[in-house]
Ligand binder design. Structure first.
Ligand SMILES: *[C@@H]1O[C@H](CO)[C@@H](O)[C@H](O)[C@H]1NC(C)=O
Ligand SMILES: *[C@@H]1O[C@H](CO)[C@@H](O)[C@H](O)[C@H]1NC(C)=O
Ligand SMILES: *[C@@H]1O[C@H](CO)[C@@H](O)[C@H](O)[C@H]1NC(C)=O
Length: 723
């Protein structure tokens, strides 16, 4: 009897162990990117800080940047800093406080002393070389034109800034100056209840929730014939089912002249589409709240064709578990979404459905035409009520390139150093990602097959006191970036090469900025080297075995190719400088001619390399998962047999066994005899297939399903339609 008890206990422990292994394995599959290769705390990151007027909140933002300077807007002041060392050019400083009258009026309206200041939010160079600046001006937005005069700026004129500049310095607004015109997305009233996308004189409809519904604007940029706006807003198409926020990309034509007659001050081309950033699956997991985008970057991703993409940060809602993702969007996919069907709601209680093609007026609404003022009325009226597209913009690479789940932080900002050259003449994007607790992650996006995955190189605490990173900007130099917090701006270098002393660490870091110099025995920053000779780097795989490739082996392999290609030499060292720009044979890459172990000419290193290819981390992962599944099954069978045999003799409380049977139920649906009525509720949470409800079918993509427990405690499947 004692022996049986012992065995029972053992199998129980083993099962718990196996379940936890399984759980970890599943979590791991969901979270492809759990760790950072280097973690640097605040003290180990050197940076130059700029705090402006340190005694008050500044609400800094970067207004403008060129090759030499970075212009920062703060409280009552514009700063002109050198991009190289953050030295302030005092002669370039512009002071612009609110007038006393405006300040007092603001206080009277119930705002605080800190609110009633002039926070500069917009700056651009007008075509005549003048400087146009807009500020919140104590909740009374104002714009000024400055003319340069003997190295100083003098005020030329002052105009109202309503619709251009926000009232509240923290409002999430955006603007872009293009071809002599300012396109802005902000709010046009004191209370922040009238959001708009505006370019004098056209704007979006006033208080029309179908056009803009409590938006938080993130970025704007010109592309093709359009200006694009990225933002998140309350989803009008989901309102019948509850409140949810979706991410959007919207566009207007650069040359929209407004509609005919009285709609001259309304866009005739405003359209928007949802951005899809989700982990694929039967029920995709969505990251719905966009926080930041990069600029458009152009590069060759998984193909020979050059593509333009934009990276975005999307997160889960603020009250959910902190999930952050980076999704990339191909500009062609964005344009395509606007060529698809429009979405409409027949009446207030019906679902949002695509508009049939024959119901769309001709010419197709939303196209850029030469003169929108002569468009037919029905065309202009259609687009007013049908600004939402049916299709969501899919994520390029099919899924997020990086996913992080953290209780400590969320991603807040992103910037990209595009197409950094590796030593084997490939190009990869280096991503810098800011978090809401003052960290900056450096990652490299590695395309692979049809997809791509970002590897986090380092995680660095740049801002003290855990303050949120608001903006990130690239500065000249490998790894140099500008990190903007609310009250502090820092210039820092996230180039870790020189702090690394071993080849394996240097190569394993996968940082395209660093390579191991086999001659100097040092990890060097590539922008400092003059020759790629002797450099070892493997950005795609971080294969540290490259460090032990036979450096002293003088043997040369000559492989003859069947086609007209000339004989290629693989040398492990003693190379000339001849081909700095072609594939450098010292750096063994994927492009090396395949190793044929049977080839008599091939060197010993060949077989070693083949093994390396086989036993990648992926293989190990699969092996671990397979082993745990086999173990799990064995554990099940053993546990099942034992529990069946000794169930009645058991002196242990029943609860744990019930739980195990519940899992078992999934495998054999008939075994229901062990379920006590008391345990039924708990069971329903685990068992998702039972004889009374049909097995889940693959449905229309737009239909989501939820499991719910109805009042009598039984499991019911309700269908929820969200479009
Ligand atoms: C900032 O200073 C630099 C150097 O003095 C100058 O060239 C540049 O025009 C200034 N930028 C602005 C916006 O004042
Ligand atoms: C702007 O966005 C930030 C970050 O997502 C958010 O915390 C903040 O509440 C937003 N500001 C406003 C005024 O909604
Ligand atoms: C978003 O993309 C996923 C995966 O690519 C897909 O399964 C899902 O149906 C898409 N969702 C929408 C709303 O288009």
């Amino acid at each position: 009897m004692f022996a049986f008890q012992l065995i029972l206990q053992c199998s129980y422990v083993v099962k718990i162990l196996i379940w936890s292994i399984c759980f970890i394995a599943f979590c791991h599959a969901w979270l492809p990117d759990g760790s950072s290769k280097l973690v640097n705390n605040f003290k180990s990151i050197s940076s130059i800080s700029f705090t402006g007027n340190a005694s008050f909140p500044d609400h800094f933002i970067v207004l403008n940047q060129d090759d030499n300077s970075i212009i920062i807007g703060g409280r009552n002041r514009i700063y002109n800093l050198s991009i190289y060392d953050f030295h302030e050019r005092k002669e370039g400083r512009i002071d612009w406080p609110s007038s006393d009258a405006h300040g007092q009026l603001c206080i009277l309206k119930g705002k605080t002393e800190d609110d009633c200041q002039n926070y500069i939010r917009i700056l651009y160079h007008s075509e005549s070389g003048k400087l146009v600046v807009c500020g919140t001006n104590s909740y009374k937005p104002l714009c000024r034109t400055y003319a340069p005069k003997d190295g100083k700026y003098s005020v030329e004129k002052e105009v109202e800034g309503i619709g251009l500049c926000p009232y509240n310095p923290e409002h999430n607004s955006t603007s872009v100056f293009y071809n002599g015109q300012l396109f802005s997305a902000t709010v046009a009233d004191f209370s922040g209840g009238d959001p708009l996308i505006y370019r004098e004189p056209q704007r979006t409809e006033l208080f029309d929730l179908k056009q803009l519904n409590a938006p938080n604007f993130v970025s704007s940029l010109p592309y093709g014939d359009f200006i694009f706006f990225f933002y998140r807003e309350t989803a009008v198409e989901y309102m019948n089912c509850g409140k949810v926020i979706y991410s959007r990309v919207a566009r207007v034509c650069k040359d929209d002249k407004g509609g005919p007659h009285q709609s001259r001050d309304r866009w005739t081309s405003f359209l928007k589409a949802r951005l899809n950033c989700s982990i694929p699956g039967e029920y995709p997991f969505y990251f719905d709240e966009i926080q930041s985008t990069s600029d458009i970057v152009e590069g060759k991703y998984n193909s020979d064709e050059s593509k333009r993409i934009i990276y975005g940060i999307l997160t889960t809602p603020i009250n959910a578990i902190g999930g952050s993702a980076i999704c990339a969007y191909h500009m062609d996919d964005i344009l395509r979404a606007f060529e698809g069907s429009f979405k409409q709601q027949e009446n207030i209680n019906s679902n949002w459905l695509p508009v049939p093609e024959n119901m769309v007026p001709q010419p197709r609404p939303g196209q850029c035409v030469r003169d929108s003022r002569i468009l037919p009325d029905k065309n202009v009226n259609f687009i007013k009520t049908h600004s939402l597209m049916e299709e969501a913009v899919p994520a390029f690479f099919g899924k997020p390139v990086l996913v992080r789940v953290s209780l400590q932080y969320r991603f807040t900002a992103i910037t990209v150093d595009p197409q950094v050259k590796t030593t084997n003449n490939k190009y990869v994007d280096v991503l810098y990602i800011g978090t809401d607790d003052g960290k900056v992650l450096k990652a490299v996006n590695i395309p692979n097959g049809d997809t791509a995955k970002a590897i986090v190189i380092s995680e660095n605490t740049v801002l003290p006191h855990g303050s949120a990173v608001k903006q990130l900007k690239i500065a000249p130099g490998y790894g140099k970036i500008v990190v903007v917090g609310k009250d502090e701006v820092r210039l820092t270098t996230l180039n870790h090469c020189s702090s690394i002393t071993r080849c394996s660490e240097c190569v394993g870091l996968q940082d395209p900025h660093c390579a191991w110099d086999a001659k100097q025995n040092a990890c060097v920053s590539i922008d400092a080297v003059t020759s790629y000779r002797f450099l070892i780097q493997d950005v795609p795989r971080g294969d540290v075995n490259k460090c032990w490739s036979p450096q002293s082996d003088k043997k040369t392999v000559i492989k003859s190719k069947s086609d007209a290609e000339e004989k290629k030499e693989i040398q492990t060292n003693s190379l000339d400088d001849k081909d700095l720009d072609s594939t450098d044979p010292v750096i063994r890459t994927d492009e090396d001619p395949e190793c044929d172990p049977l080839d008599e000419n091939s060197i010993g290193g060949c077989a070693v390399r083949q093994q390396l290819v086989i036993y990648t981390a992926g293989t190990l992962h699969i092996v671990v998962v397979v082993v745990s599944i086999v173990g799990l099954l064995l554990g099940f069978i053993a546990g099942y047999l034992f529990s069946q045999k000794f169930h009645s003799h058991s002196q242990y409380p029943e609860a744990p066994f019930i739980e195990q049977h519940n899992h078992l139920e999934r495998l054999s649906a008939n075994q229901t005899g062990y379920l006590t009525p008391r345990a039924n509720k708990a069971v329903n949470l685990v068992v998702n297939v039972s004889s009374s409800s049909p097995p889940p079918k693959k449905d229309n993509l737009d239909v989501g399903k939820d499991l719910n427990i109805s009042s009598d405690g039984t499991l019911q499947k309700i269908k929820k339609t969200y479009i």
